[in-house]
Write a protein that binds this ligand. Sequence first.
Ligand SMILES: Cc1cc2nc3c(=O)[nH]c(=O)nc-3n(C[C@H](O)[C@H](O)[C@H](O)COP(=O)(O)OP(=O)(O)OC[C@H]3O[C@@H](n4cnc5c(N)ncnc54)[C@H](O)[C@@H]3O)c2cc1C
Length: 562
Amino acid sequence: MITNKTLKLSLKSLHDFAKKRLPDQELIDLDERDECPIEVVKYMCSPDKLGIQLLFVPEEYGGMGGSTFDVYRICEEMARIDLGVGTSLFATFLGSDPITVGATPEQKKKWLSRIAEDGALFAYGATEPEAGSDLGSLKTTADRVMQDGKVVGYKINGSKQWISNGGIADLYTVLANTPSGPSWFVVEKGVPGFTHDKPENKHGIRLSNTAALAFNNVYVDADRLIGGVEGQGLLQAQAVFGYTRLMVAAFGLGAGWSALDRAIPYSTKRIQAGSPLSEKQGYTHKLMVPHITHLEAGRAFIEETAERIDAGEGSLNTEGAIAKYMSTEAGNAAAEASIQALGGYGYTHEYMVEKISRDVRITTIYEGTSEIMEMTISRDRWQLHLKTRGQHYHEQARLMEALHAQHKDVGADMAALAMHALAEVMEKARVAHLTRFQHILLRLGELIAYAESAGCLARRAARSAENRLNEKAHMRFDAPALAALARIFGREASLKVAEEGLRWVTGAGGVSDSEMAAFETGLGLPAVHRAQAGLISDMDYVADVLFARTAKETAKEVVLSA
Ligand SMILES: Cc1cc2nc3c(=O)[nH]c(=O)nc-3n(C[C@H](O)[C@H](O)[C@H](O)COP(=O)(O)OP(=O)(O)OC[C@H]3O[C@@H](n4cnc5c(N)ncnc54)[C@H](O)[C@@H]3O)c2cc1C
């Protein structure tokens, strides 16, 4: 187990190391040359150097046994440094996952110790040219090699695409079809018949190595079949989705914040029309405050889900999907807004935000695209809606109302409005059989993610007010700032769920003219509209916190610029 002190030390070592070895100019040059800094990655993974990988490996195999929460904090910091290098480290973690989850004790000892003792790099080989989001359609095969009626090994044939660390890993976990179904194998680099292509020329994360793999009659001994039983591959992959998606969520969060943290100081120095940009409400309230709000909603979901996974609540795949969806979409929007915030400078390489924007783009694609996240979220919560006869989100809303009774200022009342509206939208969709439209199913996924995130951020703000946040939690914002962020997000979520829910359900023919008035009432539209009051002053407050100025100064600026 890692103590808070050790975690802080690890975060600091990572930060100090990056400042020394990966300063901005070095990152810009490597990005320009499209080069993965292999020595830096190896140094970071070496047990006698930085040893970041030790955090991911269980203690019994020589690692530090970091919790999900620890790994989230490290992944966020890695993304703040460079998402390409972060991806390289993440690939080892992801590549060793099928082993951590499904291997026999002997296999775990053998392969996980290689990470802990030798700093071995892994790659995770699942995707194929024709099997991306739909992994079940993979074509790579692993045929049994028999001797005296016993399976002694397998011959692997096929190819893999877009594999991180594909050209630099020491060990590969490869998903292939055995006669009993998809299964994971460990393949060592350099074995006969196993080759990799040249690195892909990518839009972003150009400091990571991504390559296609080819398997031409590659022989592996039977003990390379992870878990020793064929056909467990997809189950083993799914068993860690909640966890691995949280890591990519943390990447979106770290990259989004790293872009904003360049835009924020820039805006205090850039004078236009006689005053710094940071004092212009039309600038901060469009390019900064909404993005900070979304990122912190994503963080709330990541932290709560990490705590629940660490408490043994299972793999929480849907919660991992919500965290990934919200944080990576927020990270992309924040990086894009940061380019705008820097104007022409933002559009050049030198100021880094355009690189961050290209880098963070991958987070809504790998480990499950945003559309697959929407589908995952929607399908799971649809079942809850049916099982509870439409009451699930009404019940969640009542929990929010109870929280509001204790903490009037954390936006729980607004989250409750979003959840009641969501229950109504889902019920209308059920009655009119609207999930036969895939677009409606996926849009419901988005609305669910917003409503649940509003609840989560309200809970986080309340815990902060009670001084009960996890001691390892990110503490950038204090309780009043978190409450303001939760109110801003709660208002947005309630309006989005009610109005977009109405739009989609009506658009799909689910509401007749005669039903419309009752539906609008059910959605609570008047209350949702009234809840928007106070939005601008909350945004002012968040901007004040961001620029460490008093509310009075902002008020003066608003009056002057009006
Ligand atoms: C830089 C990089 C690194 C990567 N690293 C790895 C790695 O280390 N290991 C690994 O195994 N893979 C890796 N991947 C692969 C990545 O996980 C896949 O690219 C991703 O899962 C999407 O698959 P695809 O590219 O085949 O797109 P597709 O699945 O073809 O999707 C294309 C588009 O269609 C949408 N779509 C797909 N299915 C549906 C549907 N049923 N309904 C509606 N819309 C749908 C998607 O959301 C997407 O917008 C990496 C990819 C990249 C680019």
